[in-house]
Write a protein that binds this ligand. Structure first.
Ligand SMILES: Nc1ncnc2c1ncn2[C@@H]1O[C@H](COP(=O)(O)OP(=O)(O)OP(=O)(O)O)[C@@H](O)[C@H]1O
Length: 276
């Protein structure tokens, strides 16, 4: 048995008492408008993740790695940044994840009304709302079993039953959504196949319930089967959250991409269709 936090006993569903289906109310407001032919259309507010005029110069250096770049990505869509090695793609992801501070510019969520205009002040992005899966994430696994890896950093003693239930339900959802429900949580993460290691890396982030997930080269180093599995997984994740991906694997990801940008040497970004 894993030397695990409290959540382990809660993650299996209690099947004996049938529960009514949970109703999840969308965090959006909608309005009805009548078209000329008399049909009613539903228009909804929506939210975009936005980077505005962002520049970054590492402390103690004289050259900007990123220069005045901006992007806007609608919620529940997938944006892909491509470009030459060393152009600054990973640096940008690290800033968005809150691992470094931009020299200038802002990173926020902006809500828009059905007329396409902002209808609220932008909300600065809190790092708790962002997950990041680094390139070769399996190199950062630090514990001896899958359960501990996913719940690493969770409160071990404090927290009442309510918090425990929330965490347990997040754990179950994360494990299930990446297709790890069939494996033992006692397994050593390092013994998993390449594709399953990537699934675990995704689950580690999903368990924090982020709104935005950043992925740096999610297909790198995987065989064709694992790559296809990860692409399928990303397709499903896009239904639930916003994904910003940095990758050189443009062909395999192209079917999923809603928006793309080329990062130029010198750290500038321009909106551009994928060259595939
Ligand atoms: N703290 C720092 N100080 C100085 N230079 C840095 C610092 N961090 C990164 N760099 C440089 O910034 C450039 C951009 O690096 P980055 O890893 O963001 O590029 P990338 O586009 O992600 O490349 P790749 O596709 O190879 O992963 C590189 O030349 C890197 O050496």
């Amino acid at each position: 048995m894993a030397s695990a936090p409290f959540a382990v006993s809660l993650i299996r569903p209690k099947t004996s008492v049938p529960r009514p289906p949970m109703v999840v109310l969308p965090q959006i407001s909608s309005s009805l408008k009548r078209r000329k032919n008399g049909q009613l259309n539903v228009f909804c507010d929506y939210s975009c993740f936005e980077v505005k005029d962002l520049s970054y110069r590492p402390p103690g250096t004289k050259i900007n790695l990123l220069n005045d770049l901006s992007l806007s990505l609608r919620e529940k869509s997938l944006g892909l940044i491509f470009g030459r090695s060393g152009s600054g793609k990973t640096t940008l992801l690290q800033l968005i994840a809150g691992l470094n501070k931009p020299t200038s510019g802002s990173i926020c969520f902006q809500r828009y009304g059905d007329d396409g205009y902002p209808n609220k002040s932008p909300e600065l992005l809190q790092s708790e709302r962002v997950g990041i899966v680094f390139q070769f994430p399996e190199r950062f696994f630090v514990t001896e079993n899958v359960l501990n890896e996913v719940t690493f950093g969770w409160p071990r003693q404090r927290g009442g039953p309510q918090l425990k239930e929330v965490l347990a339900s997040r754990l179950e959802k994360a494990i299930t959504s990446v297709g790890l429900a069939g494996i033992s949580l006692d397994m050593d993460p390092h013994s998993l196949s390449g594709g399953y290691k990537r699934r675990l890396a995704l689950a580690i982030q999903l368990v924090q319930a982020p709104d935005l997930l950043l992925l740096d080269e999610p297909l790198a180093g995987l065989d064709w089967k694992a790559r296809a599995d990860v692409v399928k997984l990303l397709r499903n994740l896009k239904k639930e959250l916003t994904l910003l991906v940095v990758s050189h694997d443009l062909n395999e990801l192209s079917a999923l991409v809603d928006q793309s940008w080329r990062m130029e040497m010198g750290g500038t970004l321009k909106s551009e269709p994928l060259p595939v």
